[in-house]
Design a protein around this ligand. Sequence first.
Ligand code: HEC
Length: 329
Amino acid sequence: MIAAILVVVAAQAPADSGERVLYRDWCSKCHGADGRGVAAATTRLSVPPADLRTCQGSTAETERRWIGIVTRGGAAFGLSLDMPAFGEAATPEQIRAVVRYARSLCGESGWPPGELNFPRAFLVEKAFPENEWVVVEQGRGQKLVYERRLGKRLQLEGEARTAFDSLHRAFDGVTAAIKYNLWHSLEHRALATLGLEVTPPLGRQDLWEVEPYVAFGAVPVGALVVQGQIVSTWEESGGATAVSYRLGAGRQIGRLTPMLEAGWTVPTKGAAEQLLSFYPQMWVQLSRLGHVAASLGAELPAVGPEPRRPRLIAFVLWDYGDAPLLHGW
Ligand code: HEC
């Protein structure tokens, strides 16, 4: 009887106790017992240790990157030397276990995991909510985009556009947007998001325009990333004027992700023509940490009114939720 009770008690001992001990012995003197980044009074550091407990910080990153940081040390990712490398002293299993424990300190479910944060494409809106600044150059037009996460699944966005062509008015317009991650699954490696963009009649925009959309991202096989979006365009007094179907695929190869997108716009009213364009592009991770990235490519119109001229497109982005601009190089 007693033996049976002992067996039951042993089986019920917290399964993560091994991880917890590793964390306490290896990490807590800098990151704090609760992960909040309050180093022990006896520990001297030149930069504050990361707060491992904030859900937004830990869930937006991949487990793989944290394993990399703990194995190879902060310096390998452009972070401080104060974050030591454990790769020599610990086994890969121990590192995985302690990283999983550190990532569990957030203590909440429902945050979209960083594994589903796919590289930004030219056309398709990202389904992952972001804290980002993006500067875009499109032919003679420029765009500044600011994105801000709110809680687990919501993101607000503001965009200002300029155009330096033969017209006098360089100010092209502004757009405000909101998006909400409806569903995500790490197991299925996919997520889907609902969004709404609103463009007031400012700059070169004459009428109010509202664009509800649904966007998704997925890794259907291997390392192939597929992202898509369906957008419906509504104009003031005109109702729904067009539907756009956007689809892109890419594959990460080291710091590069070559991608190809297609965008097909079908007018639902009037005599407007259908438009079809292709967008070959190369996404490049610039900083070692991965929080600064750029992309270069082109828009190649295939169907639509003449003249159909190719346009160069490029952007630079900074994920300011990840690290300060000059950190992580
Ligand atoms: C000697 C002090 C020290 C120890 C021990 C230590 N860390 Fe760190 N860690 C830091 C500092 C300082 C930073 C911030 C580096 C920076 O921002 O440049 C950091 C950063 C990190 C990051 C990056 C977080 C981010 O947001 O990018 C992770 C992950 C991390 N530590 C995990 C761990 C884990 C897990 C352990 C235990 C196995 C551990 N650390 C042990 C000091 C330490």
